[in-house]
Structures are given as structure tokens and as C-alpha cells.
Write a protein of this length. Structure first.
Length: 215
């Protein structure tokens, strides 16, 4: 099962959602993202938000199309996206993809980036990706992982988000590494590329943000 969550970020940054549809996909709307899904004839299974970014007519449309609408006060401890992520993780999906989570306010962006860590904190196997028209972002804890070349997203960057990342090894890359220590704040691993169809990255300690980008 895959859970795809659409937030209320700028529509010009949202990729073509139909390409991510499928029988094993559950769509979730967050705030104005709920209305956007409905406008694209992609009706969400559940919705979360204070809905202060939609009109009364749009909210009525949401109530008529979504079987499970969770409305909250604007003054609360969690963001709307966090509430949606927590619900999604309880369903134990293979992957959660966030759309409409970038652009606009930087505090919202960094809050959403922090949410990518939630499965690691909760020791779950679910992977969370945040996707817009130019980037696919995820985080990984220590281990060894395969990567497949994606024509559109040719650049691959590795950014430490823990104090240290130990023994980072990159194989099949234009700029390979072997057992390299990457401290927090390092830009060593920005804008690498795969030279083969597949490559691998591995490390023995820490947390890495993996960013696949296109110009």
C-alpha cells in the first residue's frame, strides 16, 4: 500500500499527480490540497486541516466528496501535515509520498522536512518522500541502499542531518567515495551523478538526506 498526501503548497510546484495514481494508492488531502485533489478528479479517502485557506463553497464541496473530514482549530500544537503523517504511519504503508509540501513559507518547508524523519524516530520501515516538480527528497538511517538512474532527476545529493555520517561509500557514481566521514554542515556530496544504471550508497552511522534533482 502507498499513501500519497497532497498539501496546500503552490500548485506550480505540484507534479502531474495522475502519474502517481494506482489501485494500491490511498490519497490524503491536507487543507487546500483537498480541494486541489477534487478539482483534478482525484477524490481523497481522508482529509485533515483547519481549512482556513478554502472558501465556504470550496469547503462544502470537500464535505460532499470526502468520506472522512478531520477539521481542527487553527490554534493547535501540530501542523495539518503532521496530523496527516501520523495517521498515514498508523496504516503501515510501504511508502508515503508528500506533494504540495514545498514552496511558500520556509517554516512550513522545514517543518515538512523534519517530518521525513518520523519513521526513523518511530522505528518503522515506511519511507517518506517529498516530491515537487524538481526534487525528490527522503532520509535514510545507516545501511546500504540501491539507487536507479532516473533520466529526469540526474543529480543526486547527500546531506548529513545528524552530527556525523560515518563510512559513507558511493559506488557507481561520477564522484565515488570510500568509507568517508561526513560531518554536519559538509557540502562534499552535493550534485553527484550515477554513471551506471544502478549505484549504491552505504554508511555505518548517522542520518542522510537524499535529494534527487533536475534543472
Amino acid at each position: 500500500m502507498k499513501i500519497h498526501i497532497l498539501g496546500g503548497g503552490p500548485s506550480e510546484l505540484i507534479p502531474e499527480l495522475q502519474s502517481y495514481a494506482g489501485e494500491d494508492v490511498i490519497w490524503v488531502g491536507v487543507d487546500r490540497g483537498v480541494y486541489y485533489l477534487i478539482s483534478k478528479q482525484m477524490e481523497p479517502h481522508i482529509a485533515f486541516g483547519d481549512f482556513d485557506s478554502v472558501s465556504e463553497q470550496e469547503y462544502d464541496l470537500i464535505l460532499n466528496h470526502v468520506p472522512n473530514v478531520n477539521q481542527y482549530q487553527a490554534e493547535k500544537d501540530e501542523t495539518d501535515m503532521e496530523l496527516a503523517i501520523e495517521w498515514a504511519l498508523k496504516q503501515n504503508p510501504e511508502i508515503i509520498r508528500i506533494f504540495g509540501g514545498t514552496g511558500g513559507r520556509l517554516d512550513h518547508l522545514f517543518a515538512n522536512v523534519q517530518l521525513l524523519l518520523r519513521p526513523i524516530i518511530q522505528e518503522k520501515k515506511t519511507i517518506i518522500e517529498m516530491i515537487d516538480r524538481q526534487n525528490i527528497v527522503s532520509v535514510r538511517k545507516e545501511g546500504k541502499y540501491p539507487l536507479k538512474k532516473m533520466g529526469e532527476y540526474r543529480y543526486i545529493s547527500f546531506v548529513p542531518i545528524s552530527a556525523d555520517v560515518n563510512n559513507l561509500t558511493l559506488e557507481g557514481f561520477k564522484y565515488p567515495l570510500k568509507d568517508c566521514h561526513i560531518p554536519l554542515g559538509s557540502t562534499l556530496c552535493i550534485s553527484n551523478e550515477l554513471i551506471n544504471t544502478y549505484g549504491t550508497f552505504s554508511f555505518t552511522k548517522g542520518i542522510l538526506m537524499v535529494i534527487r534533482s533536475r534543472d
